[in-house]
Design a protein around this ligand. Structure first.
Ligand code: PLP
Length: 397
């Protein structure tokens, strides 16, 4: 034998957004006034009623192992939420509660993939999908979306092979902010009707939807579609609970059985206290959540007002989540002071070094000439940061 490490994991890229986060923390510690548009989490406190429920769970001694897939009380509430808000006919037997949307996705992929199975991911895409597919032994197949960042069925058709096991859809979308309409998802469901392909529908940003249309879950299209769909959701973004690490999925009972095995052997249940806090999230007052959503919409509008006047850029107005994707292909090859901007990473580095503004360069999101701005920061900081970006763009020749 040799001491060689796993080939599969060696081929996985570390998260560049988390690495950038570490760099920003370091620069801030050195005293730099960094305005960061990189954050992937709401900048609001978890609502007090939710935190209080966690404290009560501790005081009540609710601190032991629970069932692997979660406490029945919370699974019933989640199934109820899926039924009422998403028209998804799940019962508690269809629910698994895991350590964030991330573990839900990774469990789902592990449950359905065999070595070499292909998973279609539509680009631009959240950077973790591709790596998660690889970790689960699958092959990611990246498929471009159209000019509106929506799925192009012709492109999809060209990329489906006899190895295609699943597609991953994400609405509202990270990083584009695109929100699929009911009609668009019904067209996709119709296309997939007679195909043995799973749909992993990542709906983690469901509540952050600034359109007039209600969020649509593709699994609600028909009984067959529900059977083939794994619906991912969670508390991180909707309830500002990123650090609590809790997400959930709905799937057919066979898949749930598989995930019960995976999670049971690997991590067991999500923290018991956090599960009680989530019971309160689903049953208690939603005032703070509603306020948060309104604030995000307002900030989105402020950002858009700024960038309308910026040189070089192109963008699509985001309709959900808290991200704005800006294409800067027109600056590649130009100069900032004496520096040649050879790619989007160089632009982001120059912006950070010269103007103390951090943005995410989106090469790992398969948007190689774009940056992503998160608007999970205060209005004051948005104003300062956008002015700095404008100043830099105006210096590019
Ligand atoms: N899905 C998308 C598109 C995301 O952007 C994220 C987090 O950034 C997640 C899933 C996972 O969220 P969490 O694991 O915090 O629940």
């Amino acid at each position: 034998m040799s001491l060689e490490l796993s080939k599969k994991i060696s081929a996985v890229k570390p998260s560049s957004t988390l690495q950038l986060q570490e760099k920003i923390i370091k620069l801030k510690k050195e005293g730099r006034n960094i305005i960061s548009f990189t954050v992937g989490e709401p900048d609001f406190n978890t609502p007090k009623n939710i935190s209080d429920a966690a404290k009560k769970a501790i005081d009540d001694g609710f601190t032991k192992y629970t069932a692997v897939t979660g406490i029945i009380e919370l699974k019933r509430l989640i199934a109820n939420k899926f039924n009422i808000e998403n028209n998804l006919n799940y019962s508690e037997k269809n629910i698994v509660i895991s350590n964030g949307g991330k573990q839900c996705l990774s469990n789902a992929l592990t449950a359905i993939l065999n070595e070499g199975d292909e998973v279609i991911i539509f680009t631009p895409a959240w950077l973790s999908y591709k790596q998660m597919v690889k970790i689960a032994g699958g092959i990611p197949v990246m498929v471009n979306t159209n000019d509106n960042y929506k799925i192009d069925i012709n492109q999809l058709e060209k990329n489906i092979s006899n190895k295609t096991k699943a597609i991953i859809i994400n609405s509202p979308n990270n990083p584009t902010g695109a929100v699929y309409t009911e009609k668009e998802l019904q067209t996709l469901a119709e296309y997939l009707l007679n195909k043995d392909i799973y749909v992993i529908s990542d709906e983690i940003y469901e509540y952050l939807n600034y359109t007039n249309e209600k969020h649509y879950s593709i699994g609600s299209y028909s009984k067959e579609m529900l059977h083939k769909t794994i619906t991912i959701n969670g508390f991180s973004k909707s309830y500002s609970m990123t650090g609590w690490r809790i997400g959930y999925l709905g799937a057919n009972e066979k898949i749930v059985e598989m995930i019960n095995k995976i999670q049971g052997q690997q991590t067991s249940n999500v923290c018991s206290i956090v599960q009680k806090a989530c019971v309160e999230a689903l049953t208690g007052d939603k005032k703070e959540v509603i306020n948060m959503i309104k604030t995000f919409e307002l900030r989105r509008n402020i950002l858009i007002n700024y960038i309308k006047a910026f040189p070089y850029i192109s963008y699509k107005k985001p309709e959900g989540a808290f991200y704005l994707l800006i294409d800067l292909k027109n600056i590649i090859g130009k100069k900032f002071k004496d520096n040649l901007i050879t790619d989007i990473n160089v632009f982001a580095e120059l912006l950070l070094e010269n103007y103390d503004v951090a943005v995410i360069p989106c090469i790992d999101f398969d948007a190689p000439t774009s940056i992503r701005l998160s608007y999970a920061l205060s209005e004051d900081n948005i104003n300062i940061g956008m002015q700095r970006i404008k100043n830099m763009l105006e210096e590019i020749k």
